[in-house]
Design a binder for this molecule. Structure first.
Ligand SMILES: Nc1ncnc2c1ncn2[C@@H]1O[C@H](COP(=O)(O)OP(=O)(O)OP(=O)(O)O)[C@@H](O)[C@H]1O
Ligand SMILES: [Mg+2]
Length: 451
């Protein structure tokens, strides 16, 4: 079986994971990039401080500049100074240690700032003379990337989690949809709705779950058919048993009252035998329909078997003329002696039953298509063409047969067809061109035995 479901799940999962990794990486670097700049209002504040420092510097009032710087440092809890380009402090400014290590001015307020710095960077607002600079260690409150850890947590944990949960929901629904339908169908079937089917409900979908639905449908079809057949069989059987039981009941009453005991006792015996045959045939039919067995354990010679059946029937119908045209030998293997004999006997007996006294019944057998074809032609009334298949239905009898032979049950042909089929062959009925019915039975010459 092609692993459609595997590929269906594998594709989106692999692709989803790749896209997720890419999105997380892309968004991570984009956010970090955007967070690496000092916020616009803070940039303006820094520039304003630079402008104030420049204004004070230009007035030449070093004392005022120093006081303003002092106040700024205290207010913002930072370091600030005004220096020349050669890093000479002005207005009593003190240089931080960073300047003692080497010549280095601060950064422009619009520059990108590395987010993982330990000490806040020194920002530089150059005066219009280009020689003097207002320097300030970036106050903590202006430090960019304040929400970096939370953003990272969101991107690396919450986002993948949300996407994976979403993916899981989609996969779950994709799998559970058909399973739910199957569950509902199974429940409905178990509650007696034999017509329930699932495949049609799953639309164009085509994977292992639809294969499962098809298997369910086949199972439901077969089980439903079996249950209906069994129900029908039981109903028909009860109906068929009612008449002989009534007759037995009446005969027993007569015997009890001592009326014509000699006549009624054999009649009771005959009714009992008919009932036993009927029940046995019905049980065999039910078994063949339920189990659909392959009857393939015997090897037999059809000529011998037909000879012995014809001899019995000739004895039973002495007023009919049975003619046979059989090959000297017709061995078949992988068959069932019992089933074939019973089927052939039923068909030949029917031919005799429905052929008027003195009529001819012709039985022919010849090799045909890797098997043997048996034809039984009679001179009876035949069967209306629309009933040629119906006569193989259990308990089906034509109206004429009901009148001519009230003791028949309509089980002979259905049983014969299932027996021949279980032996690997087939049975067909057709009306002869002249008068009467032709039954054709085909048996395979050899069939491998099943272990
Ligand atoms: N050779 C035939 N000629 C005409 N009608 C036939 C012939 N064989 C069968 N039928 C019709 O098919 C029906 C079914 O036959 P089937 O053998 O199953 O039942 P049956 O002969 O009526 O009863 P039984 O159960 O005793 O065999 C018959 O009732 C009859 O109407
Ligand atoms: Mg019959």
């Amino acid at each position: 079986m092609t692993r459609r479901l595997f590929w269906k799940l594998c594709g989106p999962l692999t692709l989803g994971t790749l896209v997720l990794v890419w999105v997380v990486t892309f968004l991570g670097s984009e956010t970090e990039q955007k967070m690496s700049f000092i916020a616009e209002p803070h940039q303006q504040t820094l520039n304003q401080w630079g402008a104030t420092a420049e204004r004070l510097y230009r007035t030449g009032d070093e004392q005022a500049l120093a006081e303003w710087l002092e106040a700024l440092q205290i207010r913002e809890n930072t370091w600030a100074a005004v220096v020349r380009s050669d890093v000479q402090p002005l207005a009593g400014s003190r240089l931080s240690e960073q300047f003692q290590e080497g010549f280095r001015l601060g950064r422009h307020v619009e520059w990108k700032i590395h987010l993982y710095f330990t000490e806040n960077p020194i920002m530089d607002v150059t005066f219009t003379d280009g020689q003097t600079h207002f320097l300030v260690t970036l106050p903590q409150r202006m430090r960019p990337g304040t929400y970096l850890p939370e953003t990272k947590l969101l991107l690396k944990v919450a986002l993948p989690l949300a996407v994976l949960v979403l993916l899981a929901v989609v996969i779950y629904r994709h799998l559970m949809g058909p399973l739910r339908q199957l569950e509902l169908a199974t429940r409905s079937f178990s509650e007696g709705n034999l017509g329930v089917r699932v495949r049609a409900l799953l639309g164009k979908r085509n994977d292992e779950l639809t294969a499962l639905a098809e298997t369910f449908d086949r199972m439901a079809e077969r089980t439903g058919d079996l249950i209906l057949t069994q129900r029908r069989l039981i109903a028909d059987l009860s109906h068929e048993l009612r008449t002989p039981l009534t007759r037995i009941d009446m005969a027993v009453s007569c015997v009890e009252e001592g009326i014509d005991t000699q006549h009624f006792l054999p009649r009771i015996r005959r009714e009992c035998r008919l009932m036993r045959d009927l029940v046995e045939d019905a049980l065999t039919l039910a078994w063949l329909e339920n189990e659909q067995p392959s009857l393939d354990q015997d090897s037999l010679d059809l000529t011998d078997l037909l000879d012995s059946v014809i001899e019995d029937v000739r004895y039973e119908y002495p007023d009919h003329c049975l003619e046979s045209d059989l090959p000297p030998q017709s061995a078949i293997s992988g068959s069932s002696h019992r089933a074939v004999a019973q089927a052939v006997e039923n068909v030949i007996r029917n031919a005799c039953h429905y052929t008027p006294v003195g009529g001819h019944i012709r039985i022919g057998l010849w090799p045909d298509d890797e098997g043997y074809r048996l034809t039984v032609d009679d001179e009876g009334p035949g069967v209306a063409s629309d009933q040629l298949e119906l006569i193989f239905t259990p308990f089906y009898r034509t109206d004429q047969a009901r009148d001519d032979r009230p003791d028949g049950h309509g089980l002979g042909l259905p049983l014969a067809r299932r027996q021949v089929e279980a032996a690997g062959g087939w049975v067909r009925a057709e009306n002869r061109a002249t008068r009467g019915l032709r039954m054709t039975l085909w048996f395979p010459a050899s069939r491998p035995k099943r272990p």
